[in-house]
Design a protein around this ligand. Structure first.
Ligand SMILES: [Zn+2]
Length: 271
C-alpha cells in the first residue's frame, strides 16, 4: 500500500510536468473506484490551468482556479507521466492530458483509490476536514501528542496510526518510529512520559523524512511505462525482520498482531 512517503514522492515526481499547464483532455476508462469518478469531471476541469500540485495526508490535490481534483492511491494505485505513444493498459483508469501533451495516468488494479472533485475550499471537503495534523508540519509537536494521549488507554501504536491524531503514520512507519524511540508498541498511549513522547515525535519525523529522501533518490523517473512509480524498497530497522537480529542489541526481532496488523519490535530495546 502506498504510504505517505510514496505519495509525497509521487507528488514531487508529477509536479514539474503539470504545474501551470492547462488541462486539455480527460479520459475516464473506469468510473468505479472506491467512490465513482464524477461524470462531469471532464467538463469541470478541461480548459483550466493547474495552479498547484499539493498533498494533504495521502491525498494529492491538483488545484485549479475553479476547484480541486483529489486523488488517492488506495491499496495499489500509482501515478505516472506519459504520452499518447504509450497505450493505456487494463488497470489505467483515468488520463489527464495537459497542454504540454503529457498525460497524468492513474493505474489502480484493486480500485480502492479515488479521483474526486472539490468545488469549494478543499480543506473543507468531507474526506479532508477531520484529518489530524501533518506529521512533518510544525503543529505536530511532542506537547500536542502528549496532551491528546492523556487518559487514552489504546496502545501507542494504534494511537499514532489514528488519522484524527496525526495523518500518514502507516503500519510500517509506526513500527519503525516506535523502535527508534525505544517504546514498546503495546504500551498504553496515556501512560508515556512527555520526554519519551518527545523522542517518539522526533522518531516519526525522522523516519518519514528518511523514507521520502530514499524515495527521491530511487525514483527519479516518473515518465516510464513500466514498473511501479511511487513504490520503493527502504532500509527498515524492524518491519518485516522477524527473527532477524536487532540492529542495536542483536536479540531476535519479534512479531505479533495488533488491530489485525503486524507489529515488529525488539523486546529488549523497547520498553
Ligand atoms: Zn534490540
Amino acid at each position: 500500500m502506498p504510504e505517505l512517503p510514496e505519495v509525497e514522492t509521487s507528488r514531487r515526481g508529477i509536479e514539474p510536468h503539470l504545474l501551470n499547464q492547462k488541462i486539455i483532455n480527460i479520459t475516464i476508462r473506469q468510473h468505479k473506484l472506491r467512490w465513482p469518478i464524477p461524470n462531469n469531471l471532464p467538463q469541470l476541469a478541461t480548459g483550466k490551468t493547474i495552479r498547484a500540485v499539493s498533498r494533504r495526508a495521502k491525498y494529492i490535490f491538483i488545484e485549479l482556479d475553479n476547484g480541486t481534483i483529489i486523488i488517492h492511491l488506495g491499496m495499489s494505485g500509482s501515478l505516472r507521466i506519459c504520452t499518447h505513444k504509450i497505450p493505456a493498459e487494463k488497470h489505467d483508469h483515468i488520463d489527464i492530458q495537459v497542454s504540454n501533451n503529457k498525460i497524468l495516468r492513474l493505474r489502480d488494479p484493486r480500485k480502492f483509490g479515488c479521483v474526486l472533485w472539490a468545488k469549494d475550499t478543499v480543506s473543507e471537503h468531507r474526506l479532508i476536514k477531520l484529518l489530524g495534523p501533518e506529521p512533518l508540519g510544525d503543529t505536530f509537536t511532542a506537547q500536542y501528542l502528549y496532551d491528546n494521549a492523556k487518559k487514552r488507554t489504546c496502545s501507542i501504536k494504534a494511537f499514532i496510526m489514528n488519522s484524527h491524531i496525526v495523518v500518514g503514520v502507516g503500519n510500517i512507519y509506526a513500527s519503525e518510529a516506535l523502535f527508534r524511540a525505544g517504546i514498546n508498541p503495546k504500551r498504553k498511549a496515556g501512560n508515556i512520559s512527555l520526554t519519551r513522547i518527545y523522542k517518539l515525535v522526533d522518531a516519526i519525523k525522522k523516519t518519514l523524512t528518511a523514507a521520502i529522501n530514499e524515495g527521491g533518490t530511487t525514483l527519479r523517473d516518473f515518465t516510464g511505462a513500466e514498473g511501479n512509480p511511487g513504490y520503493f524498497s527502504q532500509k527498515l530497522l524492524v518491519y518485516g525482520r522477524k527473527d532477524e537480529s536487532c540492529t542495536r542489541c542483536k536479540q531476535p526481532i519479534k512479531q505479533f498482531t495488533q488491530q489485525a496488523r503486524s507489529t515488529f519490535y525488539c523486546s529488549k530495546c523497547q520498553k
